[in-house]
Design a protein around this ligand. Structure first.
Ligand code: GLY
Length: 355
């Protein structure tokens, strides 16, 4: 069973990502450090009926008393009202700083639960059990936790690393095709920006059906890559921004179309294809890269063209609001070839001309 270490700020802050099949039914021993403490398990209305029983049984075996908190499924849950409800539940359960909070679900559950864990009594022990492919390869690793504000996504947040990440690949069996696709968008991203061999492996597997049997290894490689970025730049001041390849346009699309119309990974797929075309137009990305990346995205049933009905004015205006702006320029990640990339500040006018 692969174990990927993450060192976020100092060697003593190391935590491990355990990846395997059937892990949720066989993880009691991984909780041994918390024997005698309490655990608040936070799931949503999708993940609670599927996985909470198995996880709480393992906690019980490890000598940990647990209580289940169920949030409504969906992005709207990442709000101040639900956060306050979480604090109430922690208080009702008499959770203390010695105790632990476990996020059992996808990115939404991980983000709001992590933010609650970071802030409740100035921080309690936190464990991530991601159950979507996107959360397994990206959001559960690296400590970004947040809730949304009515004026923007993830505007209230913190860097708060989990102490343990448990990835049970069996949870992917209950995901629908769109959710798997959204995760694959992020998987392909790692190949594009960091690991040409990973990209070529995905390219030669050529379809979701061929990739699924080796997904454990692919998830482990993505976690290793993410861990490398987090080790070098835990607070996202420099190289970690490369993880935003495809995200300038993706965030603009998600905003313009209304959150939830496109899944994040679907929007990232469109954004990556566009960033390759932009890179070629600017002479940064070698000719032919856009076609190659687009073909791989299409082979995995991901979208690569601009959705109909959204004007370039709207997209350009949205991109100008990007959180990664540098003065009036938007830091856009472009491939220098498959497997390496760099950030390039572009004016909103330049981005509009590229659209
Ligand atoms: N999801 C991008 C990051 O963790 O930096």
């Amino acid at each position: 069973m692969p174990v990927v270490p993450v060192i976020a700020t100092a060697p003593e802050s190391r935590y491990d990502i355990h990846i395997g099949r059937g892990l949720l039914k066989n993880c009691a021993q991984l909780f041994s450090a918390y024997k005698g403490r309490k655990a608040a398990v936070v799931a949503d209305s999708n993940t609670a009926p599927l996985y909470s029983y198995a996880l709480m049984e393992q906690l019980h075996r490890a000598g940990i008393e647990s209580s289940l908190i169920i949030l409504p499924a969906g992005e709207e849950t990442k709000c101040a009202g639900e956060l306050s409800r979480l604090y109430e539940s922690f208080l009702d359960f008499r959770l203390t700083r010695a105790d632990l909070v476990i996020a059992l679900g996808g990115g939404v559950v991980g983000d709001i639960t992590g933010y609650a864990a970071a802030t409740f009594m100035r921080g309690v022990h936190f464990i991530q059990v991601p159950t979507t492919l996107l959360a397994q390869v990206d959001s559960s690793v690296g400590g970004k936790v947040a809730i949304n504000h009515p004026r923007g996504k993830n505007l209230l947040g913190a860097f708060y690393q989990p102490e343990l990440v448990l990835i049970d690949c069996d949870t992917l069996q209950t995901l629908d095709d769109r959710q798997i696709g959204a995760g694959l968008g992020e998987v392909i991203k790692y190949g594009c920006i960091y690991d040409c061999a990973l990209f070529e492996r995905i390219e030669s597997l050529g379809s979701r059906e061929a990739l699924m049997p080796v997904l454990d290894e692919i998830i482990a490689r993505c976690c290793e890559i993410k861990a490398n970025y987090v080790r070098v730049d835990p607070h996202d001041h420099g190289v970690r921004m490369q993880l935003n390849f495809g995200h300038t346009l993706a965030h603009a699309l998600e905003n313009a179309m209304g959150y939830g119309t496109l899944l994040h990974g679907e929007a990232v797929s469109i954004g990556m294809a566009a960033a390759c075309r932009w890179g070629e137009a600017l002479g940064v990305t070698p000719a032919g890269t856009a076609e190659r990346v687009t073909n791989v995205l299409k082979a995995y049933d991901l979208m690569t063209g601009y959705p109909a009905g959204i004007s370039s004015d709207t997209l350009a205006a949205q991109m100008a609001l990007d959180k990664k702006a540098e003065g009036s320029k938007v830091r856009t990640i472009l491939l220098t070839r498959i497997g390496t990339c760099k950030a390039m500040p572009l004016t909103p006018q330049a981005l509009k001309a590229l659209l």
